[in-house]
Ligand binder design. Sequence first.
Ligand code: ADP
Length: 169
Amino acid sequence: MGLMNKITGLYPGSFDPITNGHIDIILRASKVVDILIIGVAENEKKKHLFSLKERKNLIEGQLNKNKSRIKNVKVVMFDGLLMSFAEKVNANLIIRGLRAVSDFDYEFQMTGMNARLNSTIETVFLMASERHQFISSRFVKEICMLDGDVSSFVPEEVHAKLSNKFNIK
Ligand code: ADP
């Protein structure tokens, strides 16, 4: 592939908060595209634990920590329609992580609709690694709220911020 045809991948999500599963996808995605944009979504309908800025900062902290393994990755906040944002940042590819069964129906529908909105932008799926198959931001929050141990699901910086949110020592 020549320099003229750089591939920009967009990995969108809520990242509320970023987990080891997300980080695994970021590391793997950064190897298959030239530029990776992590799109942190503000979705009015979803009730987030962390603010948009907090979610972005947590992601950037992890990129910093892994900077020897990744290059050309940046984090951008967006609201509104994913496909409009993808067009704005000139993304050629949308990247999503796919966990067994649970993600399929939702992702299948969303990808189908997005393809109707802009058929030139493909969505590709990276299968969740075996180790991270069961990790979701939602359950991480629930477990942490109940004072369970989430240290094998999220990086320690994220764990610390979660404990703060829930006033856990
Ligand atoms: P959204 O609200 O868009 O689903 P999430 O932050 O929950 O945002 O997820 C963003 C993307 O990361 C989705 O494609 C999701 O399937 C993927 N993902 C989430 N957790 C994991 C995981 N443990 N392993 C692989 N991919 C994951």
